[in-house]
Design a protein around this ligand. Structure first.
Ligand SMILES: Nc1ncnc2c1ncn2[C@@H]1O[C@H](COP(=O)(O)OP(=O)(O)OP(=O)(O)O)[C@@H](O)[C@H]1O
Length: 363
């Protein structure tokens, strides 16, 4: 069994707590991304799974087996780091063959496996090239191949694409996903890049300041962020959040945004969750889930900036705490200084408790 269970996992470095009581279940064959900003504790978590760091508290189980005291070499994990770790004096073929050879595999078997992995990672034409003559992109591909050829039941990758260029990163996202589909390994992938997490992972564990914020499928964390941190961190740009207070209107429950006016009526389920709430809330909607409407049906805001990025247009509206961004698939013909009336799609509206930062939900 190559499921991974992290139970009450804690890591301290002296007085500093890098990871606070993390509980996470990663299923056998699952692709789990650990996503969060720099310093949030993702590498620390990964290093403990790999056996490179000892937990200060809690447990790591692979299946039913407690990993306490089990050295890295005995855990059956493959590990790829941000900085490729390959032998530059060897050829690509020798690098790929290194692991199976050390394990005493027969020559025919080594040749077969090197051929297969080289084919999968498009390294076949480069097999007899010395590694010191390869680009950083290709070196990282070799490093992935060198680990993958061992067919580890658990494959750990820590920011493996952060040093390669953007175009190559896009290619590798597809290849890594294919690799995992083929081998059905349990994959744990550390990244600060939400695009990598969203495109490859079955589920994403979003972390901040050593605390697990939310675990869910890419769509779950995008559509239903558990708190304000996840709402802002996921999405590009992140979710718009405007401060206000719930208020009754003749059309139903709304959020009074002060100088920005009142929002359109909240959908029934959200209204039920907010009814009776007294404190400040944050009214959230995704930049790509709003339309421009006529007066009286949305939030009237002044355009402060317009970014035209190929097919997409990002319109910045309002200032300071009342600033939002909206994303359109076409050029909506707005210019700086125009007034636009923005209506968030009712189904996309989310509301958070301003004091706790937690999503407010019915039931
Ligand atoms: N050996 C160590 N001694 C002291 N502090 C450490 C040590 N290793 C990590 N830390 C601290 O623990 C925190 C979490 O580090 P970690 O490397 O896990 O973060 P991360 O989310 O992977 O970020 P990054 O992408 O920058 O590596 C950071 O504040 C880091 O400075």
């Amino acid at each position: 069994m190559s499921a991974i269970h992290l139970q009450n996992l804690v890591k301290k470095f002296g007085d500093f707590t890098a990871l606070k009581t993390m509980d996470l279940e990663i299923s056998d064959g699952e692709f789990m991304a650990l996503l969060g900003p720099s310093g949030c504790g993702k590498s620390t978590t990964m290093n403990m799974i790999a056996g490179m760091e000892e937990p200060t508290g809690g447990k790591i189980l692979f299946g039913e087996r407690d990993m306490a005291g089990v050295p890295m070499g005995r855990r059956g994990v493959g590990f790829v780091f941000q900085n490729y770790a390959i032998f530059t004096h060897m050829t690509v073929r020798q690098n790929l063959a290194y692991g199976p050879k050390m394990r005493g595999a027969a020559k025919a078997e080594i040749d077969r496996r090197v051929g297969a992995i080289a084919e999968m990672l498009q390294l076949t034409p480069l097999l007899d090239r010395k590694a010191d003559r390869l680009s950083v992109n290709i070196l990282q591909r070799v490093a992935i191949g060198r680990s993958a050829i061992m067919e580890p039941a658990i494959f750990l990758l820590d920011e493996p694409l952060s040093n390669v260029d953007a175009a190559f990163r896009a290619v590798m996202r597809t290849e890594l996903k294919q690799l995992q589909r083929q081998f059905r390994q349990t994959m744990v992938y550390v990244t600060h890049d939400q695009l990598e997490a969203m495109t490859m992972a079955d589920r994403i564990a979003v972390m901040d300041h050593g605390v697990l914020q939310q675990v869910g499928t890419p769509l779950e964390v995008y559509n239903d962020p558990a708190n304000v941190f996840v709402a802002r961190f996921i999405g590009a740009p992140g979710m718009n959040l405007l401060k206000g207070r719930p208020a009754e209107s003749d059309r139903g429950l709304v959020v009074d945004l002060g100088p920005l006016g009142i929002t359109p009526p909240l959908p029934d389920a959200l209204a039920a969750a907010l009814r009776g709430a007294r404190g400040e809330v944050l009214y959230g909607f995704r930049p790509e889930q709003a339309t421009l409407v006529q007066n009286g049906q949305g939030l009237a805001m002044q355009v402060t900036f317009v970014e035209r990025i190929g097919a997409r247009t990002i319109v910045h509206l309002g200032l300071g705490e009342g600033a939002v961004k909206t994303v359109f698939d076409n050029d909506v013909g707005l210019a700086i200084g125009d007034t636009a009336i923005v209506a968030p799609a009712a189904s996309s509206v989310r509301v958070f408790d301003a004091a706790t930062g937690l999503a407010m939900k019915a039931g």
